[in-house]
Design a protein around this ligand. Structure first.
Ligand SMILES: Cc1cc2nc3c(=O)[nH]c(=O)nc-3n(C[C@H](O)[C@H](O)[C@H](O)COP(=O)(O)O)c2cc1C
Length: 175
């Protein structure tokens, strides 16, 4: 698939088959995704891949408000931890630490979902979580701003129409 086809074909999948996902495939996706760019190559991330019972425990922290039921259904759940940015020494003290960390995490996440699609895996980015519950599963004081469900869409799951803003609202030449 071309990059265009991956972008057009990816959608937030909220209906997963119980087909298991090969752990090696998940590792391959994650280890390619970390080639994503980050501010000053700071790489302020750690990807935690959850499956089995521990996945179910983490999924509870994303579903407690009645949201994200698909996190229970998906066979794999990634948690994207925001770690301390490792800025180049010459920038130390000149820029606020982690100023771009969330942007970097967003870029990493985009790489992850597109690579997953390329490997035939469907996904959904999840922002909502109960931080206290997340911390009881994942032993870290760091923030976990994003999660990604991974799995194979159920056969009857279809991509909804892509509803996006009008061209004139999102793009303009300034000349
Ligand atoms: C930062 C971020 C947070 C999101 N959080 C959730 C979420 O908590 N639950 C959910 O079902 N979808 C979540 N989504 C998915 C969006 O709702 C979805 O990307 C958007 O509606 C566009 O649909 P599409 O991904 O199918 O193109 C999130 C997406 C992003 C980028």
């Amino acid at each position: 698939m071309t990059l265009n086809e991956l972008i057009e074909g990816r959608y937030s999948c909220r209906n997963y088959a119980d087909t298991p996902v090969d752990k090696k495939l998940v590792e391959e996706i994650c280890l390619t995704a970390v080639k994503a760019p980050s501010a000053c190559n700071s790489q302020p991330w750690k990807i935690h891949a959850f499956c089995g019972e521990k996945k179910d425990a983490l999924a509870q922290a994303l579903t407690d408000a009645g949201l994200n039921k698909h996190a229970m259904q998906a066979p794999v759940l990634l948690a994207i931890e925001e770690t301390q940015a490792q800025y180049l020494a010459r920038l130390q003290g000149k820029v606020a630490p982690n100023r771009w960390a969330k942007v970097d995490l967003g870029i990493l996440t985009a790489h992850l979902v597109l690579l997953a699609k390329q490997k035939g895996l469907d996904s959904c980015i999840i922002g909502y979580s109960n931080p206290e519950k997340v911390k009881s599963v994942l032993n870290t004081q760091n923030e976990i701003p994003l999660f990604i469900t991974l799995g194979y869409a159920k056969e009857d799951d279809t991509m909804p129409e892509k509803r996006r803003k009008n061209v004139e609202d999102v793009f303009v030449w300034e000349e």
